[in-house]
Design a protein around this ligand. Structure first.
Ligand SMILES: [Zn+2]
Length: 730
């Protein structure tokens, strides 16, 4: 059913997003592909020899046999599944009848059912149940899966039929969602070289091959510089560091074979807290310089030349396909549509961000002066002095906040919001009725609150354990579709909370509570889908965080606070003053955060819209930052030589702006509720939200869908208010 969906999600868009922050490792955002189940009207299948290939049986139109996963079956299952979908696509390609929407586009939707089922299990092993044994299998399968996708894209007979439908007479008579499906399928092939022939086609393939090698080299060089530079500390040099940082430094030193010392590794998670707390300015500078020099040490691991080569190849390939530059090619099927639109948005926010940096630096300089430090704030001082300002202005006792954030109550709060806004009812599924891959995983049945009609299942895997990847993410094992009979959505949320003592409530931090809501927003996006064709569930990269970021807003609504954010012992709701303090603290240091992010996002777009001939990355970076008037007290979040989001792979290249794009939409959409008579529970706005921003998924152009929700395009005003760059509305 969804070769195209998985194919497309591997390229430019994702169904649900895993890593949701611009800081996280881009590799971690690759979604486990979602998988469909068998048609619920089909008769009971005979047991397959390989369980991972077998059709899903049991209640709810069939569910994955997560309790019977056998790693020994994975490799043969994946190979068979890929062979089956290639064969099915070939049958579609070689039909004698003229191409039609039904016999080509719709037929393709059903060509990869086996592959999608195996992918669901593969995703569980990748993210929830990884082992050294699995990673060995994964190493073997990864190139075969990559080869599978390129084989699909190179099927020229298949593409000829797709093109015939897209350019034919029948197209004009199709429904809008059918037209969009056809365009999405066509575009996936066309923007990946399917329109090329002869020498151009060969050159295209050669460029891809070279890019894959250079991008891998870029990533390896960066990793080598993360491992190759360590700052060793003596006991006296630990001053200022909190216990958690010291024990991480002990662990790092032990891992490096020198358990009697303390080590600060050259990674963000080590650098950031060290710069925040260390009282040794010279060491802070040393750690800062190591970190921001990754890939730029004029040795065999230097990435500067690779950047020029990668950009030149991307530019050449974009021109082969008829685009002026790589960014045009990359952005054309995203909500922004053009590099200029993305650039204009970033430049509109930029002046407010750097103006806020000036204020933050002034505050920090005052603290340094009062201490008699006799320094001028430098980049290695920013985190250190901003922490002092934070403590003076917004000191929040995170333990006090936690006492109002009980994991179970927060889940109840999410169900409450889903009921009020989406009209969903969540009921626990009896233990054992639906197979799970770990005893911690619980399942809920989701129904329509009025009609009782089944919507889907929601799997929750809340706790950390060995073999589970870090962070929080959402995925769907089976997306919605109706064109071939309605299928029950199987959605999931996954996080890494620490288990509490038996009988004790699990208390979590404010950030974790927001993330919990955020990921639930992705799950609701999957559950509320009303699209007919599975491919129409795919997300658009600069749009797919809107729904999840928006859902975070309900956590501070009065109804949630009064009923669910209650003290774990007294049952009293969290005090309004504490909530106000949390919200004020949330915008602290926003100048730094927005500026360091935007500097990287702007650099990304500049790189991919500039003629790369003769480009010198160091000169380009310096000139671009100078032209932007970049404050000298901080550095861009990812400097060019270690900007792995854009140079270790392609999906974020000319796409790093997407985080801001989604933030603008979320802030603007949130004000639609603030302006409504019923606030965040206003029925009319909620209906529009569900219909136009959630249920429609990718069946409609996101810009058009947003206009239907808001009555206009989003503007940046709400974001500027949201980040505290301009005063809030009265
Ligand atoms: Zn997200």
């Amino acid at each position: 059913m969804l070769t195209l969906r998985t194919l497309i999600s591997s390229l430019a868009v994702t169904l649900a997003v895993a890593a949701c922050s611009p800081a996280e490792d881009p590799a971690a955002t690759t979604e486990p592909a979602t998988a469909p189940a068998e048609d619920s009207t089909a008769s009971e299948p005979a047991p397959a020899a390989n369980l991972l290939l077998a059709e899903w049986t049991g209640p709810y139109g069939g569910v994955p046999a997560f309790d019977q996963m056998n790693l020994a079956e994975l490799e043969p299952a994946m190979d068979t599944a890929m062979a089956n979908s290639l064969a099915a696509l070939d049958v579609i390609a070689k039909q004698s009848e003229a191409a039609t929407f039904a016999n080509t586009i719709v037929a393709m939707e059903g060509a990869s059912e086996d592959f999608n089922r195996v992918q669901a299990y593969y995703g569980i092993w990748t993210s929830n149940l990884s082992t050294p044994e699995f990673r060995e299998v994964q190493q073997k399968l990864a190139p075969r899966i990559a080869n599978y996708y390129s084989t699909v894209r190179q099927n020229s007979e298949l593409f000829a039929r797709i093109r015939a439908v897209y350019e034919g007479e029948e197209f004009k008579a199709l429904q809008p969602d059918q037209q969009r499906l056809t365009w999405l399928v066509y575009d996936t092939f066309a923007s990946n070289g399917a329109t090329l022939e002869g020498a151009e086609k060969e050159r295209y393939a050669a460029i891809n091959q070279q890019l894959a090698e250079l991008q891998t080299l870029f990533a390896n060089n960066m990793l080598a510089d993360e491992e190759g530079y360590v700052t060793w500390l003596t006991e006296e040099q630990l001053s200022g560091l909190p216990d958690s940082v010291i024990s991480a430094a002990v662990q790092a030193a032990t891992d490096l074979g020198q358990p009697e010392k303390w080590a600060i590794k050259n990674t963000r998670s080590s650098m950031d807290p060290f710069l925040t707390y260390s009282t040794h300015r010279d060491l802070r500078e040393n750690v800062w310089r190591n970190y921001y020099s990754r890939g730029n040490n004029a040795d065999e691991k230097d990435n500067n030349a690779l950047i020029a080569q990668i950009l030149a190849l991307r530019d050449e390939r974009a021109k082969l396909l008829g685009y002026n530059n790589f960014a045009e090619w990359q952005v054309q099927n995203r909500m922004a549509k053009t590099p200029e639109a993305a650039m204009n948005l970033m430049l509109a926010v930029w002046p407010a961000a750097i103006a806020r940096v000036d204020e933050e630096v002034a505050d920090m300089q005052a603290v340094a002066d009062a201490e008699g430090a006799a320094i001028t704030i430098a980049p290695w001082d920013y985190r250190y002095y901003s922490e002092k300002v934070r403590k003076a202005k917004f000191d929040l006792d995170s333990d006090e906040v936690k006492q109002y954030l009980q994991l179970d109550k927060l889940r109840d709060a999410m169900f409450f919001v889903a009921g009020e806004i989406f009209n969903f009812n969540f009921t626990p599924v009896a233990e054992g009725a639906v197979p799970v891959f770990h005893p911690d995983v619980k399942v809920w049945e989701v129904t329509n609150r009025d009609s009782g009609e089944l919507v889907g299942l929601w799997y929750l895997d809340p706790f950390a354990r060995a073999g589970k990847r870090s962070g929080a993410w959402a995925t769907a094992y089976r997306p919605h579709e109706t064109h071939n009979g309605k299928r029950t959505v199987l959605s999931s949320n996954n996080s890494n909370f620490s288990k509490g003592a038996p009988g004790e409530p699990v208390l979590i931090s404010w950030d974790d509570a927001r993330t919990y809501f955020h990921e639930f927003g992705h799950a609701l996006h999957a559950l509320s889908s009303n699209v007919a064709y599975p491919t129409l569930n795919i997300g658009v990269r600069d749009y797919t965080e809107l729904q999840s970021q928006l859902l975070e807003r309900w956590i501070t609504t009065d109804k949630v606070i009064d009923q669910y954010l209650v003290h774990y012992q007294t049952g009293e709701p969290i005090p309004a003053e504490l909530v106000a303090k949390i919200q004020a603290a949330a915008n602290f240091n926003e100048g730094f955060d927005t500026t360091e992010y935007l500097a990287s996002a702007l650099m990304d777009m500049k790189y991919h819209t500039t003629d790369p001939a003769g480009l010198d990355a160091q000169v380009f970076e310096r000139d671009t930052l100078t032209a932007l008037n970049m404050p000298e007290e901080l550095m861009m979040r990812h400097r060019s030589t270690h900007f792995s989001h854009i140079f270790s792979g392609e999906s974020y290249a000319a796409g790093y702006y997407g985080y801001l794009w989604a933030d603008v939409l979320a802030a603007d959409a949130s004000e639609a509720f603030e302006e409504a008579a019923g606030g965040f529970y206003d029925k009319e706005v909620a209906d529009k939200l569900v219909n136009y921003l959630f249920a429609v998924r990718n069946a409609m152009d996101p810009a058009e869908a947003y206009r239907l929700f808001r009555g206009r395009d989003a503007t940046i005003d709400a974001l500027l208010r949201d980040r505290g760059f301009v005063p809030a509305k009265e």
